[in-house]
Design a protein around this ligand. Structure first.
Ligand SMILES: [Cu+2]
Length: 231
């Protein structure tokens, strides 16, 4: 009898743990909806291949610069989809690593605030940002400095380069509200977007910006698609 009781208690505990794990999704279903953003591009990918002439042990003999990444179904990767006016969004700290003399990820997302810039290469890099709304950064990051913390308080799409390795190119998307970067199928999911009319914006580093208004329904997924035009 006692054993049965223990088993039941254990089951009840497991049950409540499962409910806790599902908690955030339930909260989203009550308070907001999901916007599934699909971004297409009919043009050609632009991925430059370069010979490396420096720090080849860490950087490799050649490298690629991904400027326009297009999937097999015309899906555009590395585009930032956002609901910039979504209220009550969670703060997201930016994290970017310099690995193999590339910025990883190529496009890093954050809400206004702090970003961690890592150097896992064990060589000297030099962070150089082309920010205007935020103060520009031009700072050496020696190999012993594994992490630098910087602040971007203003919404801005910031170009990130390295003065030691001229091919290094990345972007920091400082976006208020809810945002996500498209995957290789050109899809990004914005979760917990407040119900009602929301502006959905798409930005790509070379193909520019577009926006549409979407009617978000609580607990439902609303799909919206964009087609970026070449310049
Ligand atoms: Cu570098």
């Amino acid at each position: 009898m006692r054993k049965t009781f223990v088993a039941l208690t254990a089951m009840a505990l497991v049950g409540s743990a499962v409910m806790l794990a599902a908690g955030p999704r339930l909260a989203g279903a009550q308070g907001g909806g999901t916007v599934e953003v699909e971004v297409k591009y009919n043009g050609q990918p632009v991925v430059e291949k370069l010979k490396v002439n420096k720090d080849t042990e860490k950087c490799g003999q050649e490298t690629t610069v991904e400027k326009v990444v297009v999937g097999s179904n015309k899906g555009l990767a590395n585009a930032v989809a956002s609901a910039p006016n979504a209220k009550g969004a969670k703060a997201v700290k930016g994290v970017v690593d310099q690995h193999g003399c590339k910025f990883n990820p190529h496009v890093v997302l954050m809400t206004p605030g702090e970003i961690e810039i890592k150097n896992s290469d064990d060589i000297l890099h030099n962070i150089h940002t082309y920010s205007t709304a935020n103060a520009a950064i031009n700072k050496a990051q020696p190999k012993f400095k594994k992490t630098m913390t910087e602040k971007f308080d203003k919404p801005e799409m910031i170009k990130l380069t390295c003065d030691v390795h001229s091919w290094m190119l990345g972007w920091v998307a400082v976006v208020p509200g809810v945002a996500a970067v498209t995957d290789n199928n050109g899809v990004a999911k914005l979760e917990n977007v407040p119900a009602g009319k929301q502006k959905i914006e798409v930005w790509h580093e070379t193909l520019g910006k577009q926006d549409k208004e979407v009617d978000v329904k609580a607990g439902q997924t609303t799909k919206v698609s964009f087609e970026m035009k070449g310049k």
